[in-house]
Design a protein around this ligand. Structure first.
Ligand code: ATP
Ligand code: MG
Length: 380
């Protein structure tokens, strides 16, 4: 790279001064003529594109464009010169640039135009967007980590209930195996073989039940790249209901009302399950010690959106809590983090939907509605 940045052939003192000013700019600045030849190319451009000013001055600006743009550029410039139709001049937008080593990267390009005695010239100001893109990517990763952490923590809190639920099939398996062993001890005949087969089948069935509980849990806490798919919303919701009811089946009644023939949803199933799990756990916590504790889970279309509604017959939410309900760390629970609803709304909105509340109160329970867009034809 050249030390002086030699961005244009300075012939006068004022041009030399201009050169040194342009060289102090953080953004890439370049000027081209009507035939796309580079006339000015500052130091920032050298850093950005890897070419020296020496190598670029007088060359077609295509050399710093990805080949797809490069091919179109001359045509575009000709078109502009003859029709005045603007695609970028005076507008500015995000495009891709190409480094000397062939790598392509995002830049923000704004283009101005000047009339000079030598004809029209175009001034481009180029800002490197890589670090901004990296920061955005990092925020996305952190957000996804947080959402994942919340899932692990929810599962952690449900751990005792889950262990309890797992204990049931394990106990049953043990009893079936003991019965089998006793049958064998008595000596074998056609009848004992039949008993044995039946007992073994029952044990297998219980083992499958335990396996299903564990695999559902594992899927829920597993860390995966978020991957949206076309799915049947009812099936996704039912899995979440099953997962939450594990161990609290005897403490709340769950009433399901799933609309048949819903259009498919285009979602990350585990994240949507996370929302339903959060809503159900909140409902179950609000119902603790209440008479006839019941939560209803319904799916339906509202307008052109899919909706999942989770309502309970608990005390409802006091009016003064409603404004902060979806904010992080708003909790009335001794051990609550106050993250459930805030994360749930983030998930809903990142899916192009939303999460809203009818707070109830005065003898009516709370009702939460999650809306989601149905899958479109393009959602692969
Ligand atoms: N169904 C409900 N009935 C009554 N109050 C509710 C209901 N759902 C939520 N709330 C209130 O909203 C507050 C915030 O809920 P949120 O799920 O965000 O956090 P949390 O349940 O307190 O903690 P976390 O979910 O992080 O364990 C709760 O503390 C509770 O006061
Ligand atoms: Mg909660």
């Amino acid at each position: 790279m050249q030390a002086d940045g030699a961005l244009m052939r300075a012939e006068t003192e004022s041009e030399a001064r201009l050169v040194s000013v342009l060289d102090t700019a953080v953004d890439g600045i370049l000027v081209i003529d009507e035939r796309a030849r580079i006339l000015v190319y500052n130091s920032a451009c050298e850093r950005l594109f890897g070419w020296t000013a020496e190598e670029t001055l007088g060359q077609n600006v295509q050399m710093i464009m990805p080949s797809a743009y490069a091919r179109a550029h001359d045509r575009y410039l000709d078109n502009y010169m003859s029709t005045g139709e603007r695609k970028i001049i005076g507008i500015g937008r995000e495009v891709h640039a190409r480094h000397k080593d062939g790598t392509e990267f995002p830049v923000e390009l704004s283009v101005g135009e000047a009339g000079t005695p030598q004809g029209r010239q175009f001034i481009g100001i180029i800002r490197d967007l890589r670090s901004r893109r990296e920061a955005e990517q990092r925020v996305r990763e952190l957000q996804s980590d947080l959402v994942h952490m919340a899932r692990v923590s929810a599962m952690d809190e449900m751990g005792a209930a889950l262990a309890h639920e797992l204990n049931q099939p394990l106990t049953a398996i043990m009893l079936y195996l003991q019965a089998g062993a006793r049958t064998l001890q008595k000596g074998r005949d056609a009848k004992s073989d039949e008993t044995l087969a039946s007992v073994m089948n029952k044990a297998v069935h219980e083992a499958e039940r335990a396996g299903a509980i564990i695999s559902r849990m594992r899927q829920f806490v597993e860390k995966r790249e978020p991957n949206r798919r076309r799915v049947d919303l009812n099936a996704v919701v039912e899995e979440a209901v099953e997962l939450t009811l594990v161990g609290i089946r005897d403490k709340v009644n769950a009433v399901r009302g799933y609309a048949p023939n819903l259009p498919q949803a285009f979602i990350e199933p585990v994240q949507i399950q996370q929302v339903v799990v959060n809503l159900l756990r909140n409902a179950a916590e609000a119902l603790r010690g209440r008479p006839n504790p019941t939560v209803t889970i319904e799916t339906r279309m509202t307008g052109d959106m899919l909706a999942v509604e989770v309502c309970d017959n608990g005390p409802g939410i006091p009016a003064e809590s409603v404004p902060d309900l979806f904010k992080a760390f708003a909790t009335t629970k001794r051990t609550g983090m106050g993250l459930g609803l805030s994360i749930s709304r983030t998930i809903a909105q990142s899916h192009g939907g939303d999460l809203s509340v009818h707070p109830g109160g005065n003898g009516r329970g709370a009702c939460f509605t999650l809306t989601l867009q149905p899958a479109t034809a393009d959602d692969a």
